[in-house]
Design a protein around this ligand. Structure first.
Ligand code: SDX
Length: 428
């Protein structure tokens, strides 16, 4: 049964001599979805949509994106407003509850996050046991999966309201410490334990660097807001899909973190900086790399450009771009790759190859420049993305379980060999 307003609209599909009609779901902003859950039973046909470019996987109330207009909203609140007026803890609440919290609700939530902040002691031993060259995202997936062992009471994360919320608080509260421990491990630095007196971002900076630079707190809080959720992206869909098997939440977000690791997804923020540094090393010739990005024979892609949904600017990139100069000025830092990034954007936006394919800077194009200015190494950029996205993954998982969605199990079109007899080795 549709969760959105159903206007009794239907779509007819003709298969051979048969004509069958299917209900249409209409979303808040009049997006239309053809409900085909009876298609195969009725017609014997399935749909085929590799990469799900035209396929809705669910109805959701968490996040809305208008890719053509460059709009991103969480429960109706525009990302630009949230980034400038809200806080990451408040946006976490919004994603989980669909409403902005009252002062008392926010205070209670902050208290819960502090109460669940301490990491299991064994996490250090797990990180120390991993090879030095392990990518920080590999470390993250290992630690996230290990949490079901450290918190066995939360193995059935949907068992009760109390278990569900304790699991959610634990994951949100542990994430800054896990990120900081991964940073310290990857840099071979001693671990710094949580300080229960500090706020969410302050404690993260304390565990990362052993100090809190107030100028960095606001910048980081805004960056985390900008990464908090993005509807049915690759990693969020992975969390929902893996979670649909009713595995614990820790395993579901571990799967999501592996999806985010990919260079076409969250791994792009690391790939952008590596690309900018390579261009800088190669003399900073922007035109050469624009040409490489356009050359089909050249595997080079302009990392941080393009998006499956945004066919106009990514509103998050617009906010982050404005913020780059402000953060560098505040921290009295310069970064030579900023001019290279701005040059690439300037040249690409006036080039028909990019404009005709509606390729604009996405959230990853400028974010790494700010992370680096905050003292965060490139190898940790995607873990920072995961730190921001954790509340979104959890909100998506919670909605999928709340809706009682069935286990995900797509169909296929088989195009392999037809039935044939086994051939003994002597006859092959
Ligand atoms: C994120 O889904 C989300 O919401 C993700 C995310 C989130 O918040 O969760 O927004 C975060 O993952 C942002 C995207 C980060 N990835 C990158 O920056 C990697 C570089 N971008 C691309 O690889 C690509 O644009 C994708 C993966 C983002 C989108 O790929 P699509 O939608 O599958 O598009 P495509 O690969 O089919 O490309 C369409 C055309 C192709 O050319 P033609 O075959 O039509 O001639 O555009 C070209 C592509 O070659 N193209 C690029 C390009 N991106 C697409 N050409 C050069 N440089 C690029 N970056």
């Amino acid at each position: 049964m549709s969760l959105a307003t159903e206007l009794n609209e239907t779509v007819n599909i003709q298969t051979g001599e048969q004509n069958s009609s299917y209900p249409v779901v209409t979303g808040t902003y009049n997006e239309k979805g053809i409900t085909i859950d009876k298609l195969r039973d009725t017609t014997g046909y399935v749909t085929l949509d590799v990469g799900f470019k035209n396929t809705g996987s669910t109805e959701s109330t968490i996040t809305f994106i208008d890719g053509e207009a460059g709009i991103l909203e969480h429960s109706g609140y525009r990302i630009e407003e949230l980034a400038s007026k809200s806080s990451f803890e408040e946006v976490m609440w919004l994603l989980l509850h669909g409403e902005l919290p009252s002062e008392a609700e926010l205070a209670g939530f902050s208290k819960q996050l502090k109460a669940h902040r301490a990491l299991p002691v064994g996490v250090k031993g797990i990180l120390d046991a991993l090879p030095d060259q392990t990518h920080p995202m590999g470390m993250l997936a290992v630690v996230l999966n290990s949490l079901s062992g450290f918190y066995p009471a939360y193995d059935d994360s949907w068992k009760s309201e109390e278990v569900k919320w304790n699991t959610i608080y634990t994951l949100l509260a542990n994430m800054p410490g896990i990120t900081a421990y991964i940073y310290r491990r990857s840099q071979k630095l001693p671990y710094i334990d949580a300080d229960p007196s500090l706020g969410y971002v302050e404690n993260f900076l304390h565990m990362m660097f052993g100090k809190v630079d107030e100028r960095v707190v606001e910048a980081l809080d805004r960056l985390l807001i900008l990464h908090a959720d993005h509807e049915q992206n690759c990693s969020a869909s992975t969390v929902r899909f893996v979670g649909s098997s009713r595995v614990n939440l820790f395993a579901a977000v571990a799967a999501g973190s592996n999806a985010l690791w990919g260079p076409l997804h969250g791994g792009a923020n690391q790939a952008v900086l590596e690309m900018l540094e390579a261009i800088q090393l190669d003399g900073g010739n922007v035109d050469k790399y624009i040409a490489k990005a356009k050359d089909k024979a050249d595997p080079f892609r302009l990392m941080g450009f393009g998006h499956r949904v945004y066919k106009n600017f990514d509103p998050r990139a617009a906010v982050i771009k404005k913020y780059v100069d402000q953060v560098l000025d505040t921290l009295e830092k310069e970064d030579p790759v900023v001019d290279i990034a701005k040059g690439l954007e300037r040249e690409a936006l006036k080039d028909e190859y990019f404009s005709s394919r509606k390729l604009f800077p996405n959230v990853d194009f400028y974010s790494g420049i700010i992370y680096r200015a905050l003292g965060i190494p490139v190898s940790l950029f995607t873990v920072m993305f995961a730190l921001g996205r954790m509340p979104g993954w959890i909100a998506q998982w919670k909605e999928m379980r709340q809706n009682g969605e069935p286990i995900g199990r797509p169909r296929q079109i088989y195009t392999g060999a037809a039935t044939r007899a086994y051939v003994p080795m002597s006859e092959r």
